[in-house]
Design a protein around this ligand. Structure first.
Ligand code: TXA
Ligand code: MG
Length: 323
């Protein structure tokens, strides 16, 4: 495989080496249960600047700080509402990012100049080991956006990270291989800066789960976002292929739908998930496969219902607004 000098199978040694590398100011792409992230020491302005450069991302877009445990949020935030503690207890480690009032440690180069900071404890053994090991070396948190070029589909395999970023990394940077992300969609983002939680990006921690955890039932359904969430930009989560929703595909097109839909003649079936969980896991892989095969358009049959289906529809809608 090309550019495989960055690639490391994950042994304890590899993780120690990657932690040291982060603390030295290098970039480390690492697996999480949602999507792969491109990490840097969140207190190191130069290292964080390199994330923006590698991604080609506008500088005023805030980054999520990843930490190994709930206790490690303390230095990053100045105010934690009771409902946020409840969310953290119920869903961390897991696919949820909490936005809270920032402390002085969370500088403008992390928050995009806002007075809030996003934090997450991911649920992936390699991510947690890396975060713990780098914390032991004095790295208080690891800033990590999804490890893709700006506007592209998030990577859920190490091969996808290589395709996206290998040519933008330096020799001292690393990509850790943790297999395919089990969830496959970016974390749920919950704004915890006001009296009640607001969902800024839907994900695998669903509105029902947030309602049950916090006791707040009157929440927006998360399909509304503020402009500060980069996913809210039109051209986002999009493959090169045109994404068309809820039509019957014709010959030459790609097709993604649950397994109860048949594949018409001449159509390339990209995935046949049996349920919405599998749909989420397969979505970005299917979109990447469409580009690899050089397909010019992909039809997606949107899943119906609540739960993670809301997050899937959110992402495919953005992909269909695409390029
Ligand atoms: O699952 C995930 O969240 C992945 C993995 C790597 O953890 N990360 C991820 O990061 O999706 P990114 O940067 O691609 O998307 C994070 C989103 C951005 O759209 C950003 O605008 C928003 O979170 N965000 C971060 N901090 C924020 C803040 N203080 N206020 C509002 N939005 C914020
Ligand atoms: Mg992203």
């Amino acid at each position: 495989m090309e550019n495989s000098q960055f690639l490391s199978r994950c042994s304890a040694d590899t993780i120690r080496f990657a932690a040291q590398s982060l603390s030295d100011g290098n970039l480390v792409a690492f697996p999480t249960e949602t999507v792969y992230g491109l990490g840097a020491d969140a207190t190191n302005a130069e290292a964080v600047a390199r994330i923006y450069k590698a991604k080609g991302r506008p500088a005023d877009h805030p980054l999520i700080v990843h930490i190994h445990s709930m206790q490690a949020i303390e230095p990053w935030v100045s105010e934690v509402p009771a409902y946020a503690i409840s969310l953290a207890r119920d869903f961390w480690p897991g696919p949820m990012t909490l936005i809270m009032k920032r402390s002085d440690l969370a500088k403008d180069f992390i928050t995009g100049g806002q007075d809030s900071v996003g934090v997450r404890v991911p649920n992936h053994p390699i991510a947690l080991a890396l975060l713990q090991a780098s914390y032991n070396l004095g790295v208080m948190g690891v800033a990590a956006p999804s490890a893709n070029r700006f506007g592209n589909v998030s990577p859920t395999t190490v091969e996808a990270v290589q395709i996206e970023l290998a040519s933008f990394l330096h020799e001292s940077d690393q990509i850790l291989d943790g297999g395919q992300s089990t969830i496959g969609l970016e974390s749920t983002i919950v704004d915890c800066t006001s009296a009640f939680p607001k969902i800024l990006r839907p994900g695998a921690v669903t509105i029902e789960m947030i309602q049950a955890s916090t006791g707040f039932v009157d929440l927006e359904d998360g399909e509304v976002s503020t402009p500060r969430v980069s996913g809210a930009l039109e051209k986002h989560y999009a493959p090169q292929a045109r994404v068309i929703l809820d039509q019957i595909p014709i010959g030459g097109q790609g097709y993604l739908a649950t397994s109860n839909f048949v594949t018409p003649e001449g159509v390339t079936r990209l995935a046949s998930p049996k349920n919405n969980k599998e749909f989420a896991r397969d979505l970005y892989i299917a979109l990447r496969k469409a580009d690899e095969l050089g397909l010019t358009s992909v039809v997606i049959q949107q899943p119906i219902g609540d739960g993670i289906a809301i997050a899937i529809r959110d992402r495919v809608l953005r992909a269909s607004n695409g390029r």
